[in-house]
Design a protein around this ligand. Structure first.
Ligand SMILES: C[S@@+](CC[C@H](N)C(=O)[O-])C[C@H]1O[C@@H](n2cnc3c(N)ncnc32)[C@H](O)[C@@H]1O
Length: 477
């Protein structure tokens, strides 16, 4: 046994079976997928200064090949799970057209039939001496040479031992090397997380039967079939870990995440139902694309796709708008006020206001970006252990003409009324909260000032005090 589980050999056999006959891995994508990509993926790449996914890869190889040429060597490219090798041969052709021919590509692919097809195509195109075949398993492969560029194109979601593979890639990359990733990062088995399923089910309920035909079963699905693709083989085996584990090994620069709720409408199961010559079908795909972008940008759902560059050494991050790595990871260890696992604490509480045995698990209303608080602030807290004290630290500058009493409530019940003076203040409030509950902490000030109206400056906001932090804990801990 390999140490990868009792069913590893069985899964590997299923994976080989699945791909052996696939001569066109990316064929049969529905027209809705192409329309959506053109409208919702390509413009985002352009905003990051990237022409296309192909050019992202070729540009990285070209730059390193030119540098390698100065040292009289070839640039070495590794493609993980390279399939039939068609993309890789395309890169070599594009580079040859530019007069760049000091590139060697190593194809790491376990499937013998695919390797054979890749070798035949390389021979036909005159690249046989530029291509090497590593017919091996990326879950156990050891980096045996230095790489300028490693490419993972729709493959990391097939990897079981991500930690092993990322460790080897990090070791094999030259210090100025790069890993190019274009992959799926959604829930394991390409299933929907609950918050996305809820939206899809609502859309589903509005669709006419012809748009709900399942191309696998031929049936009209009354309910969206949220199948688990990882039941056999390795399709989506650890897709939800692809990004967070990668961030532990390498550092991103160009970083784009996208897609989620749109996925079932552009996949091979239902996507072909949408006729892009039909105005209403087109509008529906476009509308779901817009909705999906909004849901991602608002933090309601997290993206299922990643196109990015990663490096052995830290680089300036060039993320698409607010879609940072942190906001793109769907955390599974934090619970939101509705009892669902969905929020990243840093996304809910960017100032890290809540400390100790608790987390902010939703929007902190009333706390402004610079931590000034108006009359009322509400903070949804989730305790991680038993709590009997809430410590508030706040600051009331001397120039504030007003001060007064801060009423502290939990779930609408007053637990304290705290007199507030000028200066930096610490106040402890007794509470009784068991571990693992969610409670809404409300802070209500009975004083406030509009500095502009009071002739104290330009600030026109209603301000009461600056909140430095809320520490929840059990006394003595
Ligand atoms: C979705 S395909 C992508 C192929 C190729 N990168 C492309 O985009 O055309 C995933 C590939 O990973 C390969 N693969 C799956 N498990 C593997 C393993 N354990 N080691 C090496 N390759 C593997 C499959 O055979 C398949 O060719």
């Amino acid at each position: 046994m390999s140490g990868h589980g009792a069913d590893y050999a069985e899964r590997l056999a299923a994976e080989r079976d699945n791909f052996s006959d696939q001569e066109d891995v990316h064929g049969d994508l529905p027209p809705s997928a192409h329309r959506w990509a053109a409208r919702h993926m390509v413009p985002k790449l352009h905003e990051l200064g990237v022409e296309s996914i192909g050019s992202l890869i070729v540009d990285e190889i070209r730059a390193r090949a030119r540098e390698a040429a100065e040292h009289g060597r070839d640039a070495v490219v590794l493609s993980l799970g390279s399939g039939n090798g068609d993309q890789e041969l395309g890169w070599l052709s594009a580079l040859a057209d530019d007069g760049v021919d000091n590139v060697r590509v190593r194809l790491l692919e376990i499937n013998h039939d695919m390797q054979r097809r890749a070798a035949e195509a390389a021979g036909r195109l005159g690249f046989a001496d530029r291509v090497e075949h590593l017919e091996t398993d990326f879950n156990t492969w050891k980096a045996d040479t230095e790489y300028d560029v490693v490419v993972a194109f729709q493959v990391l979601h097939h990897v079981l031992d991500l930690e092993h593979l990322y460790g080897q890639v990090a070791e094999g990359l030259r210090s100025d090397g790069v890993l190019v990733v274009h992959d799926m990062i959604g829930r394991n088995g390409h299933r929907r997380w609950p918050e996305a399923l809820e939206v899809i089910e609502r859309i589903w309920a509005t669709l006419p039967p012809e748009l709900r035909r399942n191309s696998v079963t031929g049936m009209i699905d009354e309910r969206f079939d949220d199948i688990d693709c990882a039941v056999d083989g390795f399709e989506g085996i650890r897709s939800q870990d692809v990004l967070p584990v990668l961030l532990e090994y390498l550092h991103p620069s160009v970083f784009l995440t996208f897609g989620n709720v749109i996925d079932p409408f552009v996949d091979r199961v239902y996507g072909h139902n949408f006729d892009m010559e039909n105005e209403r079908h087109r509008a529906l795909i476009d509308d779901i694309g817009v909705l999906d972008d909004s849901l991602i940008d608002l933090g309601v759902v997290t993206p299922t796709r990643l196109t990015a560059l990663f490096h052995p050494r830290p680089q300036p991050l060039r993320a698409y708008r607010d879609r940072t790595p942190e906001r793109s990871v769907r955390r599974t260890d934090v619970v939101d006020p509705a009892g669902r696992v969905s929020f990243h604490p840093a996304a809910s509480d960017p100032h890290r206001l809540v400390r100790g045995s608790g987390l902010a698990v939703g929007r902190c209303n009333g706390v402004l970006h610079d931590r000034w608080v108006g009359r009322t602030a509400t903070i949804p807290l989730r305790t991680t252990a038993e709590v009997d004290t809430v410590e508030l630290e706040f600051w009331l500058p001397e120039w504030m003409p007003e001060r007064g009493t801060l009423t502290v409530s939990l779930d609408g019940h007053q637990v304290a009324a705290v007199p507030v003076e000028h200066g930096l203040l610490h106040r402890s409030v007794e509470v009784a909260l068991p571990a693992h509950v969610t409670a809404e902490l409300t802070l209500s000030a009975d004083w406030w000032v509009n500095p502009h109206a009071a002739g104290l400056g330009e600030d026109r906001r209603t301000l009461s005090y600056v909140l430095n932090g809320v520490t929840v804990r059990k006394s003595g801990t």
